[in-house]
Design a protein around this ligand. Structure first.
Ligand code: 5AD
Ligand code: SF4
Length: 455
């Protein structure tokens, strides 16, 4: 979502004459769009700021100012404190106020000119405004990609005990159906063929449609699929509790909805799931997976895991490994539990020692890696629809994505970026597949994809 937000910030600043650049050390303005989810991500912000401080001082000597802005969830969480700790930062803004960036930049410039009042030195805007930023954003301009993100939902009311998102991104909010369809149309007009619908809790989507009725994600996916030019739809990140019948049905019925789903479970132990306040147990997760696979037998699953949540015993961790073996994941992200200030889990007893976390993470990642490689190996010999996204490193080579989101390298002169082709997979490398063209694909991969993985 930060990638999406950054693109939108660039669009907002374009009329002011700013364009994205490559070299932060030599930029008129640098925006750090930050993540607060784990301590490591948060810590990076201050080391990055230290570097920028030097660049800013050097530029000031040369007579060219640099505006430093910190956006995103670290800015939201630290607010005023960030301006105190790093007084050379000009703007601190949260994830819900970036539509006001032009105004903040103007204020920062006035303060920098010495024209502003002393208390205007650092501009701070970390409100949760009553009106949505989405009502104030310009049309999409970054539409020269084949695949694009589109935020449809933001924030979270789930309050998992380890997680800062409900505090930094704010309460759950769904954009209206007409608004997100219009954004999709702008993207498709610019050549986008694949949309990834975004939300912290994307399947909690409940936006109001044109008739004033609430629409769920299943319905919304159908509406996106009906738009001319939309070949592929993905969504992320979903919560097991919000997988409803309509969404499962969409996985069975909507050809453009790709057979790949990121469905985080975090832990395979009921006790830990309870302490995490996930609102479901292992049996319910497995049941949801079974119903999804019944609707779409070749569905590939990916997941998020946390090891070393407070109180996690060896047996709890073994239960997580069991769940991984039972479900089988195409890929997954796994993390050591990171204590976040202000969350309930930070104050829980029986915090797990770092070396135990390290050991568990290594074991879990070894198992997940084995499954990932096995899945890639299974695709060798199959024919898959590949959407080409960019030229490869070698002349005459294109790189695209399989329906299961695997990178596929193909030598072809008859196809171009944006095409979908049928590709026979010849071999797999650790992070990509290679294949050759056997026919032209279609926007409807379901109908003519000749084979499926069985569950
Ligand atoms: N510690 C470790 N991992 C976390 N995540 C969220 N909060 C924490 C935390 N405090 C992970 C979860 C989530 C992903 C986005 O980040 O697995 O699904
Ligand atoms: Fe955080 Fe996701 Fe839980 Fe919401 S559902 S609190 S975003 S982990």
């Amino acid at each position: 979502m930060n990638v999406y937000d950054s693109a939108r910030m660039a669009e907002i600043l374009a009329p002011l004459g700013y364009a994205p650049g490559d070299d932060p050390e030599d930029a008129d303005m640098v925006i750090l769009n930050t993540c607060h989810i784990r301590e490591k991500a948060s810590d990076k912000v201050y080391s990055e700021l230290g570097r920028l401080r030097k660049a800013k001082a050097r530029r000031a000597e040369e007579g060219s100012p640099m505006v430093i802005a910190v956006a995103g969830c670290v800015a939201q969480a630290e607010g005023e404190e960030m301006l105190r700790r790093a007084p050379y930062v000009d703007i601190v803004l949260g994830p819900q106020t970036y539509h006001r960036l032009p105004e903040m930049v103007a204020r920062a410039h006035r303060a920098g000119d010495g024209a502003g009042a002393p208390d205007q030195r650092g501009v701070l805007d970390t409100e949760f405004p009553a009106d949505s930023k989405f009502d104030h954003l310009p049309d999409r301009q970054d539409a020269n990609a084949v695949s694009a993100f589109l935020s449809i939902q933001e924030g979270c009311d789930k309050f998992c005990t380890f997680c800062v998102v409900p505090y930094t991104r704010g309460a759950e909010f769904s954009r209206p159906v007409a608004q997100v369809l219009e954004e999709a149309r702008q993207l498709v007009d610019g050549g986008v063929r694949e949309l990834t619908l975004l939300g912290q809790n994307v399947n909690a989507y409940h936006g109001v449609d044109e008739a004033g009725q609430e629409a769920g994600l299943g319905t919304l996916v159908e509406r996106f699929a009906a738009l001319e030019g939309v070949a592929r739809i993905r969504y992320t990140t979903s919560h097991p509790r919000d997988v409803d019948d309509a969404l499962i049905a969409a996985h069975g019925n909507v050809d453009a909805l790709m057979p790949f789903l990121h469905l985080p479970v975090q832990s395979g132990s009921d006790r830990i799931l309870e302490a995490m306040n996930r609102g479901h147990d292992v049996a319910q997760y497995l049941d949801t997976v079974a119903r999804l696979r019944a609707a779409r037998p070749d569905l590939a699953l990916s997941c998020d895991f946390i090891v070393g949540f407070p109180g996690e015993s060896d047996a709890d961790f073994e239960a997580t490994l069991d769940l991984v073996r039972t479900v089988g994941f195409t890929m997954a992200y796994s993390f050591k539990y990171s204590s976040r200030p202000g969350t309930p889990a930070a104050g829980m007893p029986r915090q797990v020692p770092e070396d135990v976390k390290d050991e568990r993470l290594a074991r879990l990642q070894a198992l997940l890696e084995e499954q990932r490689q096995a899945f890639n190996a299974e695709t060798v010999g199959r024919t898959l629809d590949v959407l080409f996204e960019r030229p490869g490193r070698h002349p005459g080579q294109l790189v695209g994505r399989s329906p299961y989101n695997q990178a596929v390298h193909v030598a072809t002169t008859e196809h171009q970026v944006g095409d979908i082709a049928k590709v026979a997979i010849d071999s797999c490398k650790p992070h990509s597949l290679e294949g050759h063209i056997v026919g032209s694909g279609s926007a409807q991969p379901r109908e003519d994809s000749e084979e499926r993985l069985s569950a």
